[in-house]
Design a binder for this molecule. Structure first.
Ligand code: AMP
Length: 283
């Protein structure tokens, strides 16, 4: 397994691999890897001859009051997980290796990035699309794997790839949970044991909402969201948002809606957790 720390090293490697006809799959991450990330790597491993994992806590997607500095990092743990899952290359640049000090170009998706987390974290998705576009230009992947844990991010990246004609196939990986139901996340590290127990209300209420909306239809959504809010607040969570949107447009559902994305962001203490579920609307 190779470890590259600069952009030219990665790009030269990827160019040589492409010229020799080999396929590349990229898994972009911010590190502190867990079984959710590993499932993406395993999907990438089955898809392509070369698997590249990027580990980069991207400063441009963090707002000024967010957790950039305290975001958990453990490169040695990440290196071993990558080795065990057959990764060929880790790309782990320092911020200066990714952004020129006077960088002035952004890639911005302007529709799907607006609601949900986009409304609460205004510069977040612009940072995500910019860094992912840069990673695509450096790693030259045939495939890139993104998790449904960050469903909105996945949809925004898909749209960017379509709109800008990136020659890469985006693969969606299922959301991986602990046995308890808690969605795996590097940010779970911030939770106390008590907060972790309380946070189980998120997956529990999402799970309960699913059959309720499936069986009762779109009309049931407002009451179900209200009931979720009450239960989450009772468990000590501070709701940032709970919303049900058309999964194709990320707009409010209409008669044409086939899939609903029920998504939430909730604080436990100072830790902001996100979770979601996709619901197929029967007619
Ligand atoms: P992150 O390191 O949190 O930026 O995540 C990197 C990638 O891993 C993103 O595509 C995430 O959606 C994905 N990911 C993170 N947690 C999970 C999870 N629990 N299940 C599936 N994918 C995940």
């Amino acid at each position: 397994m190779e470890i590259f720390k600069t952009a030219p090293e990665l790009q030269a490697f990827a160019l040589a691999a492409k010229r020799s006809g080999r396929t590349i799959a990229l898994v972009p991450t911010m590190g502190f890897l867990h079984a959710g990330h590993a499932s993406l790597i395993d999907i990438a491993r089955r898809k392509a001859e070369i698997v590249i994992v990027s580990i980069f806590v991207n400063p441009t997607q963090f707002g000024p009051t967010e957790d950039l500095d305290k975001y958990p990092r453990d490169f040695e743990h990440d290196r071993i997980l990558c080795l065990e899952h057959g990764v060929d290359v880790i790309y782990a640049p320092e911020p200066d290796a990714m952004y020129a000090p006077d960088a002035s170009t952004w890639v911005e998706e302007t529709k799907l990035s607006r609601p949900l987390c986009g409304a609460k974290r205004p510069i977040h998705f612009r940072g995500v699309t910019t860094v992912v576009a840069k990673l695509f230009n450096l790693a030259l992947p045939d495939y890139a794997v993104f998790g449904m844990k960050d469903a909105q991010q996945l949809f925004v990246i898909r749209r960017m790839v379509r709109d800008l004609n990136f020659p890469v196939e985006i693969i969606a990986a299922p959301l991986v949970r602990e046995k308890s139901g808690l969605a795996l996340s590097s940010r779970n590290r911030y939770l106390s044991e008590d907060e972790k127990q309380r946070a189980l209300v998120l997956s529990r209420t999402l799970e309960a909402a699913k059959p309720a909306i499936e069986q009762t239809g779109l009309g049931a959504i407002p009451a179900i969201i209200e009931a979720m809010r009450v239960e989450i607040e009772k468990a000590g969570g501070k709701v940032d948002y709970i919303e049900a949107l058309d999964a194709a447009t990320l707009e409010p559902p209409t008669d044409a809606t086939v899939d609903v994305l029920l998504a939430l962001a909730v604080y436990f203490g100072t830790t902001r957790l996100i979770d979601n579920t996709l619901i197929w609307v029967k007619r």
